[in-house]
Each structure stands twice: as C-alpha cells, then as structure tokens.
Write a protein that binds this ligand. Sequence first.
Ligand code: NAD
Length: 252
Amino acid sequence: MARFEGKVALVTGAGSGIGKAISLAFANEGSRVVVADVDLTTGEETAHAITKIGAEAIFVKADVGKGEQVKAMVRKAVAAYGHLDCACNNAGIAGAMARVADCTEENWDRTIGINLKGVWLCMKYEILQMLNQGHGVIVNTSSAAGLVGLQGWSPYVASKHGVIGLTRSAALEYAQANIRVNAVCPSIIKTGMAECFTGGDQRVEAYILGQQALRRMGTPEEVAAAVVWLCSEEASFVTGHALAVDGGLLAH
Ligand code: NAD
C-alpha cells in the first residue's frame, strides 16, 4: 500500500516549482491533494497534472497573506475530503533585492506579509482543524537563508528565520496534541525563484553554485522528497526540526 493512501495533503504555492513537486510527490504516494495558490492558471495546471496520473486533487485559489482566504482554503479542503492530515506551507516570494538601509517599507511589508505572516495564518487554521481531528503534520518551507544571513536580501532572510521560530514554537505548543511541525531549508533550487536570486547573471549563478558542496542547484523533487519524508510515519519522532536540503552549503 502507498505510504499516503487515504491521507489528505494541502500544499500552498503549489502552482509551480517546489510546491508543484511536493503536490505530485504526495499524489504519487497515494494522497489526495489540495493544491493552493494565488495563481489560478498554474494552480489548476498542477491539479490537472495530478488527476492525469490517476490521483485526486482539487485546486483552491488563496492568497496566504489574507486571513479570510486562508480560513476559506482550509474550510474547502475539509469540505472536499473530510480531514487534513498533512499541510505544507510553501508559498513564498523573494521580494526585491535591497540592503537593510535601502529597503522600502513596501518591500518589507510584502515579503514578511506573504513569507512569514502567510505561514502563521496557514498554521493557525490548519492547527485548529488538526486539533479537532486529533492529529496532523505540518512542514513549512523556510530556506538556508533562514539559518544564516545573506547580503542584499534582508526581508527575505528575516522572513525565513521567522518561519523557523514559528515552526519550533508550534512544535512545542502542539506536540501533546499529536501534531508534528517541521521546516525544510533549501539552498538554491532550480525554479523561477532561483532566477530572482541570480538575476539571470551567469557570474552570480557560478558564484552561488561554487558555494554548494555539490556544485549544482537542487531540484524541486529533491526538496519534495524531504518534505514527504517529514510528513511520513518514518519521521514520527521528528518535530521542531529545520532540515537543510542544501547540497552541503551550510557544512562550510
Ligand atoms: P516559485 O516562484 O516557483 O513558486 C512559488 C509559488 O508560490 C508560486 O506558484 C506562486 O504563485 C505562489 N505564491 C506566491 N505568493 C503567494 C501568495 N501570496 N499566496 C499563495 N501562493 C503564492 O518558487 P519556489 O522556488 O518553488 O519557492 C517555493 C518556496 O521555496 C518559497 O517559500 C521559497 O522562499 C522557498 N525557497 C526557494 C528556494 C529556491 O532557490 N528556489 C530556496 C530556498 C527556499
């Protein structure tokens, strides 16, 4: 029997990149998937890709930075499938590149609003459902930039450090309620967002790749495999952990 047979997984930012790979990985393991994204076109494409492999999915349009939309997203997931076993709070943006003293309030508020407040809002409504049903697993997408600083990306770095703090606090608060909460911390992964970080400049890309011990970008599927493992029974004694999926970047 597939590892996630009978389970329901919710993935935000599921329209592209890492979120799409997580959604497909769950579907391949037998889970029904609630595909959530602010982008209707790409979100529907992911849901369609899942049904094409013979698994079940629904698309829910939601902006994770908006409380009412996140509340409705969880309500729709439960209305469709009856419960919520796994939730992957993965939606995020790079924000605009700026050093601390040059960062605008707008850039700060937008980046924190989606990457940090968005994860908090998702956890809030997912946990309320998980408390009701008596179990659940959450994996938040942080970043290697949640564990170390990165010049020029302070709102992003602050948001991703915040995600790890939220993850650890929630893990402590809800461990006794049978809810595990972990984070993944990818380094550079081959998605649209990687181009935000390199700016499409080959020299910047070569510099970033030179910092990875494995000297390459990770793939969305490599992150998805870690996320699915953290959600699985094989990780039943793992909570409050920030797992680097970073090609050895942080081993230096
Ligand atoms: P991506 O741009 O391919 O995917 C991000 C997805 O999130 C998109 O589908 C987008 O529509 C969605 N999204 C954006 N804002 C949203 C909102 N307000 N509400 C709902 N959905 C929204 O990028 P990705 O690389 O797949 O990023 C996924 C996660 O991985 C992000 O949290 C990102 O910070 C993190 N991450 C990425 C890298 C990398 O190098 N690609 C490294 C570390 C961490």
